[in-house]
Write a protein that binds this ligand. Structure first.
Ligand SMILES: [Zn+2]
Ligand SMILES: [Zn+2]
Length: 160
């Protein structure tokens, strides 16, 4: 499935092929909340990095999240791409998994399929004010789930 995406000011547009288009995972970590998810979480999906095409690339900026571990502050290798004109978060690319790119569902303009169940992850980092919906169909994780994005789609017959 081909996905088209853009930032809010439209200076950056992109397209990417995906086999895993379901936006089923809500991440409540502080990076997602502060950089993209005003309501408490962000949703990334996954595409094939070698199919990524970008228009307006000169408007992109990259944020390497800073993560505190005890006294040290580490620089996350993940490259969080955003439009430096309007601030829209667009995708994450991580050199540890170079074959994938992780667009934010919010940046995608192509209608995405709606998941029947949602996974809420990294709940250890959600502040108290964030309302996490409690649904029988959903699954809840304090940290990362073991299941990969590909496995999630394949097990449900949704890998395209
Ligand atoms: Zn923009
Ligand atoms: Zn996160």
């Amino acid at each position: 499935m081909l996905l088209n995406g853009s930032c809010h000011c439209q200076r950056v547009k992109f397209s990417v092929e995906t086999h895993t288009p379901y936006p089923y995972m809500r991440c409540y970590c502080s990076i997602c909340r502060k950089t993209q998810g005003g309501g408490g979480y962000a949703i990334n999906i996954m595409g094939e990095a070698d199919t990524l095409k970008v228009l307006g690339e000169h408007n992109l900026s990259i944020y390497h999240a800073r993560i505190k571990e005890g006294r040290k502050t580490l620089r996350s290798p993940g490259r969080r791409h955003f439009c430096r004109k309007c601030g829209s978060s667009l995708w994450v690319w991580d050199p540890r998994w170079p074959q994938w790119v992780y667009p934010f569902a919010s940046a995608i303009d192509t209608p995405l399929p709606r998941p029947r169940e949602v996974q809420h992850i990294l709940l250890n980092y959600a502040p108290r004010w964030v309302e996490v919906p409690r649904r029988k169909t959903d699954r809840y994780f304090r940290e990362f789930p073991r299941e990969s994005i590909i496995d999630w789609h394949q097990k449900r017959g949704l890998y395209k």
